[in-house]
Design a protein around this ligand. Structure first.
Ligand code: NAP
Length: 253
């Protein structure tokens, strides 16, 4: 059973470790967005496939696909669904749950709406939305003293009044509180990424009384098998392997 694991997340690395430990042949795929990615154990390939046609061609080398990309990696998930459907390759979505909402959080449908609301709710925003989304905040927040945090520097040039912090989670509550206090942050913008790595900023915001704006997740492709933990995904892969190994007579029993 050859598994293609679409990754770039902590759950994908966890799943790769579980599958390698069970001697499953797994190849993790990374987009190649960051210069020093955290690498999973096992085989790794890096870079896009070339849209749905490229992914369909690549699927000739695999029996199963697990899409464990980030909840906001909408394009890759849509391509995986289309390519696997066309090639009749079983596909599982491994997606960490969103955060349990706090009553004071404000949810928005997109980044432009988040930018406008941030301009209304506070004077000193803290943007934690990733570098690919930053440009969408410029029209509303260009003149504000924004603190923007991301893994690597963005390609676009930022306004003079903006402060850039490059770092990668997991983060600690005490550090998040210090950062927000040092920059007198009064509004935090985040995607509903879920997980524990970046949760402390939300705890810090609650303690400091900082307003929170949460960008809702894009809708997942309909009709997919979905699990929320690497353990469940590993069990699915092994169940698929067993199905394929059993002779037809045993399967029909
Ligand atoms: P995206 O917009 O959904 O994908 C755009 C294109 O990047 C895809 O069509 C594909 O190119 C390529 N790609 C994306 N993920 C890939 C993967 N795992 N392996 C090979 N190619 C991939 O993706 P994104 O939001 O930029 O995210 C890129 C990567 O960063 C993903 O692996 C994701 O798990 C990780 N990540 C994303 C976020 C986020 O907030 N979006 C946060 C943390 C980590 P082709 O069409 O050429 O195949």
């Amino acid at each position: 059973m050859r598994v293609l694991l679409l990754g770039g997340t902590s759950e994908a690395r966890e799943l790769a470790a579980l599958l390698v430990a069970k001697s499953v042949e797994v190849t993790s795929s990374l987009a190649g967005r960051v210069t020093r990615p955290r690498l999973p154990v096992g085989a790794v390939r890096i870079g896009g496939f070339g849209g749905v046609p490229g992914l369909r061609a690549a699927l000739a080398d695999y029996d199963l696909v697990v899409d464990a990309t980030h909840p906001f990696a909408e394009g890759m998930s849509a391509n995986a669904e289309a390519a696997c459907r066309a090639e009749r390759v079983p596909l599982l979505r491994l997606e960490r749950p969103g955060w349990e909402p706090m009553p004071q959080w404000r949810y928005v449908e997109g980044h432009e709406e988040a930018a406008r609301l941030a301009a209304d709710l506070g004077r000193r925003p803290f943007l934690t939305v990733g570098r690919q989304e930053l440009g969408r905040f410029l029209p509303s927040l260009r003149e504000r003293p924004v603190l923007a945090r991301m893994v690597e520097r963005p390609d676009l040039s930022l306004p003079h009044g903006w402060t850039l912090v490059t770092s990668r989670g997991p983060y600690l509550l005490a550090d998040e509180m210090r950062l927000m206090r040092d920059h007198a942050i009064d509004v935090l913008v985040t995607k509903d990424s879920g997980g524990s790595y970046t949760w402390p900023k939300l705890e810090a915001a609650a303690i400091l009384g900082v307003a929170v704006i949460v960008v809702r997740r894009p809708a997942a492709p309909a009709g997919l098998a979905v699990v929320h933990t690497a353990q469940d995904a590993s069990a699915w892969v092994r169940a698929q392997s067993r199905c394929r190994c059993l002779p037809n007579a045993e399967l029909s029993e």
